[in-house]
Write a protein that binds this ligand. Structure first.
Ligand code: GLU
Length: 457
């Protein structure tokens, strides 16, 4: 069996770290099993699905390196959905309902007041010919519900009974949903548009999707959808429900989606593979470490390693992971980005500063420290004047710092922090930063002399 999985976003907004994780887990699963990864836009919601979000999602996936073997749009498959819906209608499994949202709401409140579960009472199936004719005459348009297989008697028996749908979840092991506790789900809206619950099953069956890995918020849907697969005479795929992400403060991640969209992470200058590594490893039993290649993440990935508890997402942890990745990047991997920012200095500059960066664009700060005016911090004029007198002659290299500081130590007796910190503060204006032996020659003797006198250079 060839594994085939899909990422099926509804293009109603930007993709964020939480939902891209679904794409990443599916992608890695396919890579691991030499399978196919499909991208399917669930874009049947005429009000909310937008072309700009389709474009944005494509761009995000391309940036992250999640290339799809095939792309499908649900909006172009209405004929297939119509066909499947008609087959269910003929068998009485999809039925027309005319209640307005207000009517349904009032009914739910009455049920709750009487201590009954607020599930749809299948009133539409009890309408007489006469009542139906009146509704048609009023021009009321129906929405359509799927009749859940939760009754035991003949078609006239409308009373739901406990009916467990069971599956062996790739992540959570044996699972079940009681169809007896659910309303018959709406599959087609009044305006004729389809709900993804329905279209997804038609597509997954027709496209021979073998595995559906998605968030645990879909567990109830899975119960409904398995019964829909069965009603259509098809075999359901294997399901796996991954844990969801919550913010570091324990609240749902959705509250802070803006700053956590993939687009904003890209604009912040994060490495695509840091985002992928973090999303793939958070909430699993593997250590969160940077992986430069998809292949190593794919070989590590297994749905059974995902925890069933929600995973805490901390943007600082992602930035830390990004830093670790940047510390290992060779000059070739960044030279174009550095050039675009106006950062020069070639390989020597990059190797001097990369260990101090969280994102590549932080290199600009150190480029300015080396090249532009800084405000030197001067606390002990006499010490720095002495140091200036002892500066070695040009040309300087990575030995110059140790030669120079040995001379200063010999003359002044200063050592350790008392020796190095005043020099670092004067030369860089900061208490910490790249190794002085590497940036001293980059700053160069002219600027060093000026800065030791407290002058901006
Ligand atoms: N369009 C659905 C969503 O974004 C797809 C769920 C699924 O993967 O089946 O939630």
């Amino acid at each position: 069996m060839t594994v085939k999985a899909r990422f099926a976003p509804s293009p109603t907004g930007l993709v964020h770290v939480g939902n891209i994780r679904t794409a990443i887990l599916n992608y890695l699963f396919c890579r691991k099993h030499d399978g196919q990864f499909w991208l399917r836009f669930d874009d049947t919601d005429r009000e909310r699905a937008k072309e700009e979000f389709v474009e944005a999602i494509r761009e995000d996936l391309a940036w992250l390196g999640l290339s799809a073997d095939e792309e499908v749009r649900q909006s172009s498959r209405t004929a297939q959905y119509e066909l499947a819906a008609n087959q269910l209608r003929e068998r009485g499994l999809l039925y027309a309902c005319y209640e307005t949202p207000d009517e349904l709401d009032r009914r739910r409140k009455r049920q709750l007041a009487r201590g009954l579960p607020p599930i749809y009472d299948r009133a539409a199936l009890k309408l007489s010919e006469q009542e139906l004719a009146t509704l048609h005459a009023e021009g009321r348009k129906p929405h359509w519900r799927f009749r859940l297989p939760n009754t035991v008697g003949d078609a006239a028996d409308l009373e739901p009974k406990q009916t467990l749908v069971k599956w062996d979840d790739l992540v959570r092991g044996p699972q079940s949903v009681d169809l007896g506790s659910l309303s018959d789900p709406v599959m087609i809206r009044e305006d004729g548009s389809y709900l993804y619950t329905f279209t997804s099953v038609v597509d997954d069956a027709e496209m021979e999707i073998t595995h559906v890995i998605r968030g645990e918020d879909h567990t109830t849907n899975t119960g409904v959808q398995i019964s829909l697969f069965e009603a259509m005479g098809t075999t359901p795929p294997t399901f796996g429900h991954h844990n969801l992400l919550i913010a570091a403060d324990g609240k749902a991640l959705s509250k802070r989606l803006g700053s956590l969209s993939i687009q904003s992470l890209r604009e912040e200058g994060l490495e695509a593979m840091a985002v992928v590594s973090h999303a793939a490893l958070i909430g699993t039993s593997d250590a969160i470490e940077p992986h430069a290649e998809m292949a190593s993440l794919a070989s590590l990935f297994s749905p059974s390693k995902l925890s069933s508890a929600p995973a805490r997402f901390d943007p600082a942890e992602l930035r830390g992971l990004n830093g670790k990745m940047v510390h290992e990047l060779g000059f070739d991997a960044v030279k174009e980005r550095l050039a675009a920012m106006g950062v020069g200095g070639g390989d020597a500059f990059w190797m001097a500063v990369r260990g101090n960066l969280e994102v590549v664009s932080d290199a600009l700060k150190w480029w300015n420290v080396v090249n532009a005016d800084i405000v030197p911090v001067v606390e002990d004029d006499a010490f720095l004047s002495k140091a200036a007198e002892l500066l070695p002659e040009d040309p300087w290299d990575d030995q110059t710092w140790s030669q120079w500081t040995s001379l200063i130590k010999g003359e002044t007796g200063a050592k350790g922090k008392a020796l190095f910190m005043p020099l670092r503060l004067a030369l860089t204006g900061a208490k910490s930063g790249p190794e002085m032996q590497l940036i001293l020659p980059l700053i160069g003797s002219a600027r060093v002399k000026q800065r030791l006198q407290g002058q901006t250079a």
